[in-house]
Write a protein that binds this ligand. Structure first.
Ligand code: GLN
Length: 344
């Protein structure tokens, strides 16, 4: 006889959450209301298109692995996915080449450095991990296709499977990213120098700028998280977005490297494999249970959404969602479960 696993406990929690759908919405509304008043942070302005975001936009969405969605706030507002694209494109590269080949080109070691640091592993010349720009550009280089249009099409098809709808690129963000992306070009050419990317590096940089410019909303991100939480199958459409054996690699890299140079502290405090982007989104996944997304454009100094961090921290602590939580404390779920316990 084995002790009940954490997953069983999570199943139990989700069962209760579903039974208590109204209270969960209430919890999200309360959390949303509490953090909406926090006006800290700075909207990204390295290109004019991002600076136009309204700093008050704020959405929270939870999508369960059986396809229920609970959300509050600005969950339909479109924004560019930016760095949140990185783990998903890493998944495409894994499917295209298998683990060993991808590992020979991109490591899996956290850097503790800013996402756009121009640094490669001295021994292997590999970028440290696929979540920093160097690793993401090397990863984009691995996306297969007979020509550039086919590679872009495959990229969009991949995101379509995760989101369950047609995907579009914000062309003005894309144009601005490519016009101002000198640092990313420098990184690409440094890797070309070391033979870590091929001669089509310029094209791969374009692909990287395209992936950053994919338009999503908070609702989409929650479904993407739920798809990872669900072993790679979109829980709404039933379509597989990524082969199941690769899902754990995406989640592992999100856990160790997903939150820029705050990744270690995030793993420690929040303990939910997550990825953020400078557009203001954060997506997280609780395996077997649900995906969570927050959208709020003001960023802290490291590039993470200020309100996003607060919401994840609050929900993780309140419901014991930390991946290494040893058990649930019923008290913590207090108001959420009260109506269920009361027989409602
Ligand atoms: N597109 C930007 C870059 O590559 C920012 C990506 C991000 O969200 N950090 O520099």
């Amino acid at each position: 006889m084995t002790a009940p696993s954490k997953n069983n406990e999570l199943d139990l929690l989700v069962g209760r959450m579903k039974a208590a759908a109204a209270p969960l919405r209430e919890v999200l509304r309360e959390v949303h209301g509490r953090f909406a008043g926090n006006d800290e942070g700075k909207v990204a302005d390295y290109i004019p298109e991002l600076a136009r975001a309204d700093r008050n936009w704020f959405g929270i969405s939870i999508a369960t692995t059986d396809g229920q969605v609970f959300e509050v706030g600005d969950c339909q507002q479109l924004f560019t996915i930016q760095s949140i694209s990185k783990p998903f494109v890493y998944g495409l590269a894994l499917e295209d080449h298998g683990l060993e080949h991808v590992l020979s080109k991109v490591g899996v070691e956290p850097t503790g450095e800013a996402f756009n640091a121009i640094v490669l592993d001295e021994g292997s010349n590999r970028p440290f991990n696929p979540m920093v720009n160097a690793g993401a550009i090397a990863t984009a280089d691995l996306v297969k296709g007979k020509d550039y249009p086919e590679r872009v099409t495959r990229l969009l098809a991949m995101f379509r499977k995760y989101c369950g709808r047609e995907m579009y690129i914000d062309n003005s963000v894309f144009m601005s990213e490519r016009m101002t992306g000198h640092r990313n070009r420098a990184i690409g050419h440094l890797m070309l120098n070391f033979g870590m990317v091929g001669e089509r590096v310029e094209e791969s940089l374009e692909l990287y700028f395209q992936q950053c410019s994919v338009l999503v909303n908070c609702h989409d991100l929650a479904i993407m998280g739920a798809t990872l939480a669900n072993g790679g199958v979109n829980p709404i459409t039933g379509e597989r977005a990524i082969q199941q054996p690769y899902v754990k690699y995406l989640l592992s890299i999100m856990h160790s490297c997903g939150m820029y140079d705050y990744a270690g502290e995030w793993a420690f405090r929040v303990g939910i494999p997550s990825k953020s982007g400078v557009g203001g989104g954060i997506v997280g996944a609780i395996p077997g249970t649900f995906g969570i997304a927050v959208y709020s454009p003001p960023l802290d100094a490291k590039g993470n959404s200020v309100r996003g961090i607060q919401v994840f921290q609050e929900l993780s602590q309140r419901f014991g969602l930390h991946v290494f939580e040893s058990g649930f404390n019923g008290q913590q779920m207090g108001d959420l479960l009260a109506p269920v316990r009361g027989g409602a």
